[in-house]
Design a binder for this molecule. Structure first.
Ligand code: HPA
Ligand code: ZN
Length: 342
């Protein structure tokens, strides 16, 4: 006789894709201290405990200030490898079978780290995960929107020799006051070179920024997108396009995009026919990886097993994989349902 499976075990077991994950946001305090020590860099917090206690944010900017500071201890290619490898191991342990990972080159090149050091370290870990776990991953290079477009263009040019290692370009960092329109030219250059595009929009910024991401940056996914719910016409457009939204519940809670998870718009988004996915954003800072995000939102909104299945299937539909690979992964979700007694 099969044992009944709890919703928690079902979440753990179901194959998932993660599509909104900043690799610098997976940098756990323990590894940060270890790498700081070997690079002989002083961290302003005396202990891991003290650092963790600083992880209380009132908004996106308060988080970003600490996040950029933490990334400052990454110097050698091995550092980027170790951080990425730690994430890939964790994701594999949570049954993430495919990940599309953001990295922020300007955070490092502006400190004098070479682009090649960053990309080679991250990419080597991705190659090892494929070999060791059969887990696939792709890379999305994000431009920091608080910097000017000239800096993004310079970074884009530096990335071109590594084009085969990068699938898409994205847009992150401080949203309000830095609309997608600021980056129209560099995104056009990126599309011209065959990159797909995504952008953070509607996390703290208005629905208008989501429109700009669609119409000016011609994105294939919207990262976050919470504020699309303020605009009925936009909801209809996103639903009609089946434009994926990469939603991050624990991030929204920690950055006070929502006051409480019970007020999170995920269910409303699903009911309105939007293609939403669950992701962890910056798990080392927000208190949970992908399974913790699924579990927290499931509990808060009383999601059903069918909702979880829908979210897992959506995650594969929304990937940049070929249709045949998407189908194969969705088949793995079906097999998991078949094996589960609830
Ligand atoms: N929003 C914007 N920029 C970011 C985020 C985010 O949630 N995480 C890391 N950089
Ligand atoms: Zn993000």
């Amino acid at each position: 006789m099969n044992q009944q499976t709890s919703i928690e075990d079902f979440i753990k077991k179901i194959p998932k894709a993660e599509l909104h994950l900043h690799i610098e946001g997976t940098f756990e305090p323990e590894l940060m201290f270890e790498i700081a020590k070997r690079n002989k860099i002083e961290i302003k917090y005396k202990s891991i405990e003290e650092l963790k206690n600083a992880y209380n944010f009132n908004n996106l900017q308060e988080f970003l200030d600490i996040y950029y500071e933490g990334a400052g201890v990454l110097i050698e290619e091995q550092d980027f490898y170790d951080m990425t490898w730690a994430y890939l191991q964790k994701a594999h342990s949570q049954n993430v079978i495919h990940a599309e990972i953001f990295f922020d080159p300007q955070t490092h090149t502006d400190r004098g780290i070479k682009f090649e050091t960053v990309i080679n370290g991250i990419h080597r870990a991705v190659t090892d995960a494929k070999e060791e776990f059969g887990m696939s991953a792709q890379l999305i290079m994000c431009f920091l929107r608080h910097l000017d477009e000239e800096s993004a263009i310079k970074t884009f040019k530096e990335a071109l020799p590594y084009k085969d290692k990068i699938t898409a370009v994205g847009l992150d960092s401080s949203e309000v006051g830095n609309p997608p329109s600021k980056f129209q030219k560099v995104f056009e250059m990126a599309r011209g070179e065959g990159f797909l595009t995504v952008a953070h929009a509607g996390e703290e910024g208005p629905a208008e920024y989501v429109w700009e991401a669609l119409n000016l940056l011609k994105v294939s996914r919207i990262d976050h997108g919470n504020h699309c719910l303020d605009d009925e016409k936009l909801i209809a457009e996103l639903a009609q396009l089946q434009m994926p939204l990469t939603v991050c519940p624990l991030s929204n809670l920690k950055l006070k995009v929502v006051e409480d998870l019970t007020e999170h718009p995920l269910k409303e988004m699903m009911q309105k026919g939007l293609l939403v996915t669950i992701n962890s954003d910056d798990p080392a800072y927000f208190g949970g990886y992908i399974n913790e995000n699924y579990l927290a939102i499931t509990k808060a909104l009383n999601l059903s097993k069918e909702d979880i299945v829908q979210l897992a299937k959506n995650s594969f539909k929304a990937t940049f994989l070929e249709d045949s690979a998407k189908k194969e992964m969705i088949k793995k979700v079906e097999e998991c349902i078949y094996e589960t007694v609830m």
